[in-house]
Design a binder for this molecule. Structure first.
Ligand SMILES: Nc1nc2c(c(=O)[nH]1)N[C@H]1C(S)=C(S)[C@@H](COP(=O)(O)O)O[C@H]1N2
Ligand SMILES: [Mo]
Length: 422
């Protein structure tokens, strides 16, 4: 049986207090906040292979550090990140075409030569020393294909402010920090067993080869990494080397990334260079200060580390959209959930007063989204709001509001899509 992240978090904290859990590069303040007591900790130096060089950024680049083209009609750029415009997805196939897939980079896409690349699996949770795997070694192992949505935990964050009037920190994504793809690679479990997984291993921490991340207060957080409990690591996690039938492109983790189905995007470490397998629980900034829910409705130490994504819906329309009055329009969109498949989608064209079922084109599938459509003839010129509300196999339905959290994670409320009727 899998223990919950909350229970596990308590165990990790007790072990950190007794000096048996490690927290390299984690701000002491963050652990103290977690513990809500005063104690001492020391930050040890990080070990393992060094970072790769980034693609050189051109001063004219709209998003420094992203390699693929980001035409304005397809992407909205936010700093080092680019979100897909939902209007660009109308008429596309089930999976997001790779060229349209959103990019979330903490720093910049690194340049990695496949011939020089290898994955080092190391740590005191192995029975022996470090084991290296080249790309050919991974490809020689049994391959697994998984269709899965990948979504940033901050997707929809902008609506905390624009719909709920709440200030949150982080990239102001609308709904485009999500994509679906067919991922192919080797199961992480397969690689861990081959590396000599010891019975006492508890945490598995993949780390990216991109540059070290400097936090908003100037602290060096080290390279992007986040511990995964062993139970999840052995369950459905992939080391993916293909996306939609092609080798992974540079921006999405070339040559190999971790793919953690249903979980917050940060778990799916790109450009993975090493994986620490630990006999003690691990912390990183990405499971302490970041990717937990903080705020008046959460405990002072925050929620447990985030795992599953929430439920959302989006119209494949420009933002704002312009539609002609008195003629029928086919509204299209998609809904998805980290809890399971989508069972039902309802549409409101009158601000939420009445709801009508949308027509679904996909059966509920775990880790998959559902496409839908609804017909609408705008009755009169002026402004309107279109709402879509999904339900999933866990019984969850999108609420009117999302409970506030300071970093604006997991916005799952119904989004009001503005329309001008002409
Ligand atoms: N090495 C590394 N892995 C990373 C990141 C990163 O900046 N560096 N960003 C994470 C975050 S926050 C998200 S949402 C996903 C985004 O994946 P994508 O850029 O392929 O869409 O990658 C995750 N993996
Ligand atoms: Mo993310």
């Amino acid at each position: 049986m899998t223990i919950s992240e909350r229970t596990y978090d308590r165990i990790r904290l007790r072990q950190w207090l007794s000096g048996t859990a490690r927290a390299d590069g984690v701000h002491r303040r963050d652990l103290l906040r977690l513990l809500a007591i005063v104690g001492t900790a020391s930050a040890a130096a990080t070990t393992g292979p060094g970072a790769a060089t980034a693609y050189s950024a051109n001063a004219d680049d709209p998003a420094p550090g992203i390699v693929k083209p980001l035409p304005d009609e397809q992407f909205m750029v936010h700093g080092t990140n680019a979100e897909t415009r939902w209007s660009a997805l109308r008429g596309t196939v089930y999976h997001t075409p790779t060229r349209l897939f959103f990019v979330r980079n903490h720093t910049a896409t690194p340049r990695i030569d496949t011939d020089d690349w290898h994955l080092t699996v190391w740590g005191n949770g192995l029975t022996g020393g470090p084991v290296d795997f080249g790309l050919d070694d991974l490809k020689a192992l049994p391959a697994t294909t998984r269709c899965a949505v990948l979504e940033c935990a901050g997707n929809g964050r902008a609506f905390f402010t624009t719909q709920q009037g709440q200030q949150v920190t982080g990239t102001a994504w609308q709904l485009g920090a999500v994509g679906s793809a067919r991922w192919r690679g080797v199961r992480l479990a397969e690689v861990l067993y081959r590396a000599g997984l010891a019975p006492h291993a508890v945490d598995v921490q993949p780390r990216g080869l991109d540059q070290e991340v400097i936090g908003s207060d100037g602290t060096n957080l080290g390279r992007v990494r986040r511990p995964l409990p062993l139970a999840k690591a052995l369950d459905d996690v992939l080391l993916a080397y293909e996306m939609n039938g092609e080798p992974l492109p540079p921006d999405h983790g070339h040559p190999v990334r971790v793919l953690v189905p249903a979980w917050v995007g940060i778990a799916s470490i790109k450009w993975v260079g090493d994986i620490e397998v630990s006999a003690e629980p691990l912390y990183s900034p990405w499971n302490t200060d970041l990717y937990r829910l903080f705020g008046p409705d959460y405990p002072p130490e925050g929620s447990a580390p985030l795992t599953r994504q929430t439920i959302k819906s989006a119209f494949e329309l420009p933002w704002p959209a312009t539609l002609a009055c008195g003629v029928p329009h086919r509204l299209t969109g998609r809904s998805w959930s980290g809890n399971g498949g989508i069972t039902r989608v309802e549409i409101s064209t009158d601000g939420g007063a009445t709801w009508h079922p949308a027509r679904l084109y996909d059966a509920p599938r775990e880790h998959g989204w559902a496409r839908w459509s609804a017909e609408w003839t705008p009755p009169a010129p002026g402004s309107a709001e279109l709402l879509a509300r999904a339900s999933d196999t866990s019984g969850a339905i999108q609420p009117e509001r999302t409970v506030f959290n300071e970093q604006g994670y997991l916005f799952g409320a119904v989004v009001r899509h503005p329309v001008t009727i002409t």
